[in-house]
Design a protein around this ligand. Structure first.
Ligand code: COA
Length: 322
């Protein structure tokens, strides 16, 4: 049995911050942001209640309704996030409680922008082993709470939001998938958690924010995604032409165009919402999937290539039949 997606849902905060809004906060402008990243606006949370947990729950409820399953039918809930509201319990446990998914085992995955792909890989492995038959996989981020709003090189890039899918064990669906990581480049993209703090060690009171070496991440993504694609196509005995859509992590439109160029593929094979949502990290692929699903772009039998890449460094990819 393999992973088959049978429902999608997403949540984007109502509050929209345009590039002109960014220009009121830091020394930047619409022209710089648009040409370097393709981003025109991002959604940002705008109340204490609208947090990571809330967004995850909203996306999950929509995905559940779309799938026709009930919360009690779900065997496993995985939430990919680096911006939980609690150190513990996990966001997945909070979602479980709110949905009343009383039979599910629930835990979070920390793999940054590759997190949703790590979720798909993990669930597919569970399904192949026959451990579970149904899953809720969520990518959710409130990166706006961990970016430095005075650092123009990072704050303009990210947005908040959540995307979710319901998957069931089926004869078809996942064709091939992979995941990977390389901790030797951990410093390229990072954000420190709390420092040591006990009676014997002095505390660093300064909270850390996202740090990124943008050019290194750019090069990594443009090299790694085609590498993953070729491995999966070979494994599945498929070619580039067999793939209907390439749904990549929505970090930056220039990354998408560079990858398309490298593969000699037209941009209409690379749907994108980065102009409207910015980089929503683990949430970007499930938000895009939900958008395309509800627009009717994805047809039964469509072959999709999904790929996420980000801090860790981490990467994940999947070839799947819709
Ligand atoms: N507005 C105006 N100028 C800005 C700016 C902003 N928001 N951010 C940075 N700059 C300036 C820099 O200060 C620098 O100025 P200087 O030459 O006077 O020092 C100049 O623009 C060039 O900076 P640089 O970092 O070299 O730009 P870049 O061409 O590499 O573009 C990114 C920066 C972040 C857009 C680009 O590296 C990128 O897209 N990287 C991938 C990042 C990503 O997607 N990460 C998430 C992956 S999960």
């Amino acid at each position: 049995m393999r992973l088959k997606i049978i429902g999608t849902g997403s949540y984007l905060p109502e509050k929209i911050a345009t590039n002109d809004h960014m220009a009121q906060l830091v020394e930047t402008n619409d022209e710089w942001i648009s040409t370097r990243t393709g981003i025109k606006q991002r959604h940002l949370v705008s109340s204490p209640e609208e947090n990571t947990t809330y967004m995850a729950i909203q996306a999950a409820k929509k995905a559940l309704a779309d799938s026709g399953l009930q919360a009690e039918d779900i065997d496993v809930i995985l939430v990919a996030t680096v911006s939980s509201d609690y150190v513990t319990p996990s966001t997945a446990c909070m979602v479980q409680k709110e949905l009343g998914a009383s039979h599910a085992v629930s835990f979070d995955i920390n793999a940054a922008c590759a997190g949703f792909l790590f979720g798909l890989n993990t669930v597919d492995a569970y399904f192949r082993c026959g451990v579970y038959q149904t899953a809720l996989i969520i990518g959710v981020e409130t990166l706006s709470k961990i970016v430095d709003w005075s650092d123009r090189s990072t704050c303009v890039l990210f947005g908040d939001g959540a995307g979710a899918v319901i998957a069931k064990a089926d004869e078809s669906g996942m064709i091939a998938c992979l995941q990977g990581s390389d901790g030797t480049h951990a410093e390229v993209l990072s954000c420190k958690a709390r420092s040591n703090n006990n009676p014997y060690i002095s505390t660093d009171k300064n909270l850390d924010y996202v740090f990124m070496n943008g050019q290194e991440v750019f090069k990594f993504a443009v090299r790694k995604v085609p590498e993953c694609l070729n491995l999966l196509l070979e494994q599945a005995n498929l070619t580039l032409e067999d793939v209907d859509y390439y749904l990549l992590h929505q970090a930056n439109y220039r990354i998408l165009t560079s990858i398309a160029k490298k593969l000699h593929l037209p941009m209409d094979k690379f749907p994108s919402n980065v102009d409207r949502c910015g980089n929503t990290s683990a949430a970007s692929i499930p938000i895009l999937l939900d958008e395309l699903n509800h627009k009717g772009v994805l047809k039964e039998g469509s072959i999709l290539f999904l790929s996420g890449f980000g801090a860790g460094l981490t990467w994940g990819a999947a070839l799947l039949k819709w």
